[in-house]
Each structure stands twice: as C-alpha cells, then as structure tokens.
Write a protein that binds this ligand. Sequence first.
Ligand SMILES: [Zn+2]
Length: 259
Amino acid sequence: MDGVDRFQAGDVEVICLVDGAKVFGAEVFPSLTEETRAARLAAAGLTEAATEFNSYLLRHPGGIDLVDAGCGTLFGDGAGFLPERLAALGLRPGDIDRLILTHLHGDHVGGALTQDSGLAYPQAEVLMHRAEAAHWQGRDAPGGRFLSLTEPTLIEDGADLGQGITLWHLPGHTPGHSGLRIGDLALVTDIVHSEALQLPDPACGPTFDVDGALAAETRAMALACVAAEGLVWSGAHILGPGKFHRLARDGDGFARAPL
Ligand SMILES: [Zn+2]
C-alpha cells in the first residue's frame, strides 16, 4: 500500500490518504454470530475485520481542502501517518485552506490536534455539520478538546462548499456525521466500517454508532443511493488497494463493483 489513490471529480482532484490501519475485534459487530462473521470474512478473502483510516485531500481551483485529519497520536504506532502522506505530496500543514471534519470521532479529529494539544492546522478554516459541534461541545473527548480551541464554520445538509462539493448529512453514526458529494463521487465516511461484514447486510452496525437504528437506516439509504445513481464511492474505512469503487445490488445487500 503506498497510501495514495486518486479520483478526478470535475475540477476537484480527490486524493485518498491512508493515515493507518487496525483490526476490529468481534465485539465491534455484536449482532453477528461467529459463524456468520467468519463466512463473510472468508467470502471477502479476509481472516479478520481489517480496516484502514482514510482521509482525503481535495485539490481544486479554489484551494486545498483536507477531509478529516486522521488519528494523530490516539491510535498508537499503527496510525498517524497523515502528515507524512501530505509531506510526500509536497504539502505542509499551512497549505491546507479548509479542514472539513465529517464528524469528531478520535480517528478523524485526533490528527487535528498536536501532541501538546494545539491545533495541527491553525491556518485552516474548519467546517463541520452544526449537529456535530453541538454533540461534542464541552465533552472531555478529542472532539470536545478540539472545539475548545477553534470556532468552526457550522454547516447544514446540502451546504454548497464550492467547486461542486456539497455536504451530505448522514446521521446516526454521530448526530452530525456527514459525507460529501462531489459530482458523481460520494464520500460516505463512516456509514461502513467493514465492507466484508456490512455490505451483504446493511442492518449490521458497529458499537461505534451513537444511534444504531438511525445509522442502519442511513447506511441502507446511502448505499441504495450510490448503487441506484451509479455513483463512484469511497469511505473512511474501506480497504485498499483501490479506494474508489462503484456499488451494485447483491441479494439483500450490496457488493463492490469495478470503477
Ligand atoms: Zn466514526
């Protein structure tokens, strides 16, 4: 894995940057029996529920956006490589014009904080869904600490971020959890944490979903939309190699389809 994969969406060059990787234990998907879990992993050619932490760089005539900041130091030695990925592209933190945070879980906002609890991208305008800021404000969590340092621009579902980029509110995983639509590309963020376990059965959710029922409804809706509209999609936890795919109906669920 070289940690970089690209897709051109209109005027926006979308570059997926892998911040790190880990494995989800069986306890993360408690609705699955061991037998079902093993069968789905085997069908995907996996022995464990591997995941990667994906951020995205958007390069366009309006500037440079970073979508999520990775784990920083919160997830140990297996993650926190985003600054190296940016440096490999010749970019420094000061080159990022906007930091778009899809939600404030630690693997998305951890890298927005420096080791001594400062801002890793102090010059960037910060954008997030209004409900996400409301959810984390004042909490003793990375999201709360980040909000205590910055005044984000609060946006709503469908917000026009320029260059054909719009916010896609996908609530349930967290209240303000959002993806982005960029032309025929959909970045669906955390609606899927394990394609192997969840695409065949969109009702299957991880313990990380704040509102499991709403998250399952949102997951089914968003995946159906991607498949029906023939969109290209990527998400914050999909495995490489190859981070951009299409999606097809497959029985009661969905399956990756080639680009
Ligand atoms: Zn999350």
